[in-house]
Design a protein around this ligand. Structure first.
Ligand code: PAZ
Length: 318
């Protein structure tokens, strides 16, 4: 399978049309929080697509609902971080993730009185809605969260690099929490047909190429002082820890959060160069709707504080 370097990837794949707007938003957000000495975490979330046609009808997708990223973003806000939430369009987002499907409509009641119709929250839903709404309003009023979105793997990389360029000034106060499920394979731009593939032409033969490993320039060049956490998803338990350790050895970043597809919402292993720490929710916790991200974020915030102290940064309380 062919592969290219990260430099070649950016040379061949042009930035998305909304790139400059997003870059300005990222720059403004990072400069504003940097001024106050705030910590910023970049949370990536959701899966990337690989289009099979330029006018895209079909694409290869990467599994991920965005639960991990959306939920973690809320806990980072709670811990006093400013959050860049970089997510796949239409995947789950912080706060609204609690009201997917018909949940929100089911919490409302309507008094149908013609022109004087009114809508209110059902009394027994106020306790559910109010705390989430309060946290949502507080985060937005404080300008503590910025949403930027991607769809394709190439859009993801353009945004990721732009965010890193803006975060570099924060040094050790920046954290990258790379929970998105990013495709390992793609089709180079010049091999993608312009129009919808036609079945009349026979079964297509599609050769996927290896995506360059962006963690290497990210750790070494783009944000060398930041606290970088990557995620490793496997389906075979035997591969999970060896592959997480291999990633740490290769890229020399700070932590890999290892998880299995089947158990990812109640078991993860935080793998760092010296230790591995398992976090497992009990059956009761799962039943009560406890988010495992609460514990993941809590532990990562603790080790990020040590990293900042080591780098000589003052550590502000949450
Ligand atoms: O988004 P989600 O909650 O459904 O899943 C989260 C996850 C499994 C995508 C994430 O925890 C993860 O492992 N991301 C990295 C995937 C990878 O190895 O590319």
């Amino acid at each position: 399978m062919a592969s290219s370097t990260w430099e070649e990837f950016f040379a061949v794949h042009l930035p998305p049309p909304d790139f400059e707007d997003n870059r300005s938003l990222l720059k403004e957000f990072c400069e504003r929080h940097d001024q106050y000495g705030n910590k910023i975490v970049l949370v990536t979330s959701g899966g990337t697509t690989v289009p099979l046609e330029h006018n895209t009808v079909r694409f290869v997708d990467n599994f991920s609902a965005g639960t991990r990223g959306a939920s973690s973003a809320e806990y980072f806000l709670e811990q006093g971080y400013a959050v860049i939430f970089m997510h796949r369009q239409k995947s789950l987002e912080p706060f609204t993730r609690h009201f997917t499907g018909q949940k929100l409509l089911d919490m409302l009641e309507i008094q149908d009185r013609g022109p004087n119709t009114s809508i209110s929250v059902k009394p027994d839903s106020v306790d559910v809605l109010a705390p989430i709404l309060l946290r949502y309003k507080a985060a937005h009023a404080a300008g503590a969260i910025l949403h930027v979105s991607f769809t394709t793997v190439s859009e993801y990389f353009w945004l990721l690099r732009a965010a890193c360029e803006c975060l570099a000034n924060l040094g050790a106060r920046a954290m990258l929490y790379l929970a998105a499920a990013v495709s390992d394979f793609y089709i180079p731009k010049d091999r993608v047909p312009t129009h919808k593939m036609q079945s009349a032409c026979g079964a297509p033969i599609i050769q996927l190429h290896l995506v360059p490993k962006m963690l290497a320039p990210l750790v070494n060049l783009w944000v060398p002082e930041a606290y970088v956490v990557s995620f490793k998803l496997e389906t075979d338990e035997n591969l999970l820890i060896p592959k997480a350790r291999a990633a740490l050895d290769k890229y020399k970043h700070k932590m890999v959060v290892a998880n299995l597809l089947q158990t990812r919402h109640h078991r993860v292993i935080l793998v760092s160069p010296d230790v591995s720490q398992e976090i497992v929710l009990t059956r009761e916790e799962v039943h009560a709707g406890v988010d495992i991200e609460s514990s993941i974020v809590c532990e990562i915030v603790r080790v990020h504080a040590l990293h900042m102290r080591h780098a000589g940064e003052p550590v502000s309380p949450p």
